[in-house]
Design a protein around this ligand. Structure first.
Ligand SMILES: Cc1cc2nc3c(=O)[nH]c(=O)nc-3n(C[C@H](O)[C@H](O)[C@H](O)COP(=O)(O)OP(=O)(O)OC[C@H]3O[C@@H](n4cnc5c(N)ncnc54)[C@H](O)[C@@H]3O)c2cc1C
Length: 288
């Protein structure tokens, strides 16, 4: 069992958890993730390791309430125990000193996934520019953490309630037009956002890595559920990724596969909510 040490609601849809998992804390690298199974009847969900404290033996994750399992996890507290935490999984992000700037682009809870990658780029001696996009001011997370090390931080909100009005691509387009010396872009967020970033950077021929949030089950390369098409070939996001060259990803197929179980996911959440008597609507479920 893995004990939750801290649980904090960081915005109406995202909780931050610090969890005891000492071996994972010692081994994890930026870009890697864990798979949780909350209890013996639970489903498996992949979540990125946002931070770790090797000495304390803890990992930190940010979990957005989207459906049944993340909603259920959002009701767990410090002292509660998670049945399984498996990891670290996936390939660490390759990070080295680059000849040029690194743009770290995040959408929503993707900020928690980009944070350790951007921080390590800074430690490697790279100039890091962060562009963080959210739907509105009330769900902005981790801005201060990015400001503590990044050379420049830009925040956008879809509705203009904070930072610049528009999407992350609105901000990025300006930097591309100015001809900044960008060596690499890492973009993490909803698939549709990563697609938009890649469509933009393709014209400038700038290397753009994305972290794919395909549906996963075993996350060890055996079940094949997380298969994605990259460069015309089938790849498993769990073992070949989760990061890929965004210009080669078939995003249309990914978006289709992500929507495969929408109806079942909705029913599962509704049943759970009826059972626990909580009608709170997770944000992701609003568009379901
Ligand atoms: C490598 C990786 C890292 C991730 N890191 C984070 C993170 O740090 N924080 C975070 O909040 N979310 C992260 N996710 C997404 C997270 O796994 C899903 O939000 C979660 O599985 C949803 O489960 P649910 O039962 O609450 O919702 P469901 O009702 O099952 O699904 C809601 C939506 O979530 C997506 N989803 C469902 N199951 C999965 C699955 N097994 N894998 C991926 N997406 C799924 C689908 O688009 C679905 O429409 C990550 C996903 C991957 C693949």
């Amino acid at each position: 069992m893995f004990r939750i040490v801290e649980r904090q609601r960081v915005n109406p849809e995202v909780n931050r958890f610090v969890i005891e998992a000492s071996i994972i804390a010692q081994k994890r690298e930026p870009g890697q993730f864990v798979v949780f199974r909350l209890h013996e009847k639970g489903e498996r969900i992949p979540i990125t390791i946002a931070d770790a404290d090797a000495q304390a033996g803890t990992i930190t994750v940010y979990v957005q309430e989207l459906g049944k399992t993340t909603f259920e996890m959002g009701r767990m507290n410090a002292g509660d125990e998670i049945a399984d935490v498996i990891g670290p999984l996936g390939n660490p992000t390759p990070i080295e000193k680059l000849d040029g700037e690194v743009f770290a682009i995040a959408g929503g809870v993707g900020s928690a996934e980009v944070l350790p990658i951007a921080r390590k780029h800074k430690e490697a001696g790279n100039k890091v520019i962060a562009i963080l996009g959210y739907r509105s001011k009330d769900i902005v997370i981790l801005e201060e953490e990015f400001r503590s090390f990044a050379d420049e931080v830009y925040v956008t909100t879809d509705d203009g309630s904070y930072g610049r009005e528009g999407f992350v691509t609105t901000e990025l387009a300006d930097h591309l037009e100015k001809g900044r010396p960008i060596a690499e872009i890492i973009a993490v967020g909803p698939a549709i956002m990563m697609k938009a970033v890649c469509d933009l950077t393709r014209h400038y021929n700038i290397k753009t890595m994305v972290s794919l949030n395909s549906i996963m089950i075993d996350a060890t390369g055996m079940c094949g559920v997380c298969r994605v098409e990259v460069g015309g070939e089938t790849r498993y996001a769990c073992v070949h990724g989760p990061e890929f060259d965004g210009h080669k990803v078939n995003f249309d197929l990914l978006l289709k596969r992500l929507a495969s179980f929408k109806e079942e996911e909705k029913i599962s959440l509704e049943r759970y909510q009826a059972a626990v008597g909580d009608e709170h609507t997770p944000w992701g479920a609003q568009d379901a």
